[in-house]
Design a protein around this ligand. Structure first.
Ligand code: AMP
Length: 208
């Protein structure tokens, strides 16, 4: 099973990815997590991206494509993976297509978590306030200003992926504003129906 979860920051991609990991025994590949680990470890990549991430901008395409290309080759990803936070631009999606076709792999589905941006902002602001109240450490990019910038980057650079994957017959959309369990159920239904592969093979049947 190979999936992409698409949606703006705070849409619940990480939560749903963790559930899919538990259910299908596949790995979650979050470029955000990998880059944060690089920043924490002070690697050359970490030093390169630290400021970009703290400001809410996007890291260079070649850098993240390289990271994902290498990560997909690791043995634990052979059974399948969920990409969370990647691709984030059309050039990244095109690079992913080439990486997968070189390895003769394909995607089962691209699942878009559809959310209302106003409600999303309120949801994230509440989460930040709750974390502060509990005295928990916030991420460097957990501030309303940075959040606005991250949403802006999503609108400009990542949202075009919806049309990209729709055009490739891969896109499945679920309501990301529903309660978490309902979102999980909707994703399960998409996958039980065979994801995008089922639709592609039906299309073939009809055109045959
Ligand atoms: P995330 O945890 O997915 O929200 O990612 C946190 C930050 O990491 C983003 O705001 C970007 O600065 C950077 N990042 C993560 N994934 C990517 C990506 N695919 N392309 C570019 N930058 C990324």
């Amino acid at each position: 099973m190979r999936l992409i979860l698409l949606g703006p920051p705070g849409a619940g991609k990480g939560t749903q990815a963790q559930r899919l990991v538990a259910k299908y025994g596949i790995v979650q590949l979050s470029t955000g997590d990998m880059l944060r680990a690089a920043v924490k470890a002070g690697t050359p990549v970490g030093l390169q991206v630290q400021k970009i991430m703290a400001s809410g901008g996007l890291c260079p395409d070649e850098l993240v494509v390289d990271i994902i290309g290498q990560r997909i080759d690791q043995p634990d990803a052979h059974k399948g993976f969920i990409l969370d936070g990647f691709p984030r631009t059309v050039p990244q999606a095109e690079a992913l297509d080439s990486i997968l076709s070189e390895k003769a792999l394909d995607l089962d589905a691209v699942i878009e978590l559809q959310v209302d941006e106003g409600a999303l902002l309120r949801r994230i602001e509440t989460r930040i306030a709750d974390m502060k109240a509990r005295g928990e450490k916030l991420r460097d990019d957990d501030s309303p200003e940075v959040l606005h910038k991250r949403l802006e980057a999503y609108r400009q650079l990542t949202a075009p992926l919806i049309a990209y994957y729709r055009g490739h017959g891969m896109l499945r959309s679920v309501n990301g504003m529903a309660p978490i369990d309902d979102v999980t159920k909707a994703i399960d239904e998409v996958l039980a129906a065979g994801g995008a592969k089922a639709v592609a093979s039906k299309k073939k049947e009809f055109s045959a």
